[in-house]
Design a protein. Structure first.
Length: 128
């Protein structure tokens, strides 16, 4: 799963718009780590960053997204999903205590250098 991914997650309320994000993931023999960047749903024009830690076993993907609280409040969100057979998509559910919704991530089809991936962590991914 190593690489750059783009995705969206949905809140359970039908009136809430989907939230977009960019994730840089490293998969070391099934041990996942990385970062995400997304537009804050609390502060307009502000990006939220989080660390990813988790595992992949075959097509089963599980990770925690840890927000450090520098922009809003610190918390972690659990993601459980299934990697497609071609390794290009992960679909599943996220949860925070008793609150949950769905998500999807798509692998970027471009190949990027480590330096370029680090630059993506600086991007503004606000969704208008």
């Amino acid at each position: 799963m190593t690489g750059l991914w783009t995705g969206q997650y949905w809140y359970p309320e039908p009136w809430e718009p989907p939230m977009g994000f960019v994730a840089t993931i490293s998969d070391n023999a099934g041990s996942l780590s990385g970062t995400t960047t997304e537009a804050s749903d609390l502060f307009i024009g502000v990006d939220e960053r989080a660390d990813i830690r988790g595992t992949r076993s075959g097509t089963s993907v599980s990770f925690y997204k840890y927000y450090d609280g520098t922009r809003a409040y610190g918390h972690s969100v659990t993601y459980e999903g299934v990697l497609s057979a071609d390794g290009q998509q992960v679909e599943g559910q996220w949860s925070l205590d008793d609150y949950s919704g769905s998500f999807i991530m798509l692998r970027s089809l471009q190949q990027f250098s480590v330096e370029q991936l680090e630059e993506f962590n600086q991007l503004d991914v606000s969704v208008s």
